[in-house]
Ligand binder design. Sequence first.
Ligand code: SF4
Length: 442
Amino acid sequence: MKVFIRTYGCQMNERDSEALAAKLLQAGHTLAASEEEADALLFNTCSVRDAAERKAKGKISHMHKLKKRNPDLIIGVAGCMAQRLGDRLLEELPDVDFVLGTGQLHTVCDILAEIEAERKRIVSTEESFDVLTEMGAHLATGSWHGEIAITRGCNRFCSYCIVPYVRGREISRDKEDILREAREMVGRGVREILLLGQNVAAYGLGGNTNPPEPGNSPFGELIEALNEIPELRRIRFTSPYVSYFNDRLIRALKDSPKCCRNIHLPLQSGSNRILKAMNRQYTRESYLDKVAELRAALPGVTFSTDVIVGFPGEDDDDFKLTRDVMNEVGFEQSFIFKYSPRPGARSAALEDSVPDAIKEERNQILLGDLRDRVRKKLARLVGSTVEVLAEGVSARNAERWVGRTDTNYVVHFPPVPGVRPGDLVKVRIEQSNVVSVVGKIV
Ligand code: SF4
């Protein structure tokens, strides 16, 4: 069967789609290049934001004309939205043949086979603990970059978030299994591995909702073990919860030079009042202390973050506190979201009190700060020589290659014979732009 997969949402979803593709290829299916030539369409959806859910539903309902032309076309919906809405999706989108919850992705081939045989509708949203190992098979891309989901689900229950409900409770993959997959990837040419999870730093803690005691960080131990893989050049991870950076994890980061000096550290708000309403279990002070601790241990480290503007009850003072923290940390990258209530999340019971125009205004203010800050930081790189992991030809300029520093700055440079994607090269920076710098290999 020719299957076309369309992915919405986060890197976890991208990763799940790769694993779905690998599963399908292993079972003898092929991947279709377009929806038009497919026998089956698989929409791997995201439910975390309202906009993503609406986009996916809109796209799926547009498939009606394809289904009319080919009544045998199978349409499946997987991922968070499928988990959240279950069989309600079948009522809402009558062209959909099956719905596959986040814990059941590994059953995709069985379901396609059943539908092909019986053309019946199936709903499967039961969580499975086998899923992480079953999904371990990774698409052999031959690429320099690989991704490994090390945890799935989340136990933190931030009040605005539905991940604990749609992705289920936190489970961690077996360490040896992760290391085996990492070695296999590196054997195929992968040079950078991105570890994925809703809260990667909770890895191996058995779902304990309290941050680990000092001296205990299975996630830190995992990073140290990955750091020993000879041909691996870089390790990245996303996302960690700030309270899980204890002494053991920070020591592991310090002692693992392959672990990139760039940390995504979701802030969400700089106001203690709003953090409490979000059920985020840290304060602006403890967040800033952790940033200072990380900076002291990892000189030159850069940070990115997630922030929500317009959470119910956020007033001008709360927003100012958020803006101040963002400027104080000086994030290199920020993902700023305008609050929208998600059905099922606890905050949906609160009045969505901040008008859209104010949310947009706050969004633009933070974006403006970010642009100014990044431009200045990039300008400071001019004249320095940085180590860059070469990624390949730039999508914007075919005469240049693109790569990143371990601090995650984007660097463009003219290619040099012999340099391949995944190689580390030294680049002398000659010019800075709005979001990247340009230099020459030295
Ligand atoms: S830590 Fe909070 S925001 Fe992140 S996935 Fe878990 S519940 Fe959602």
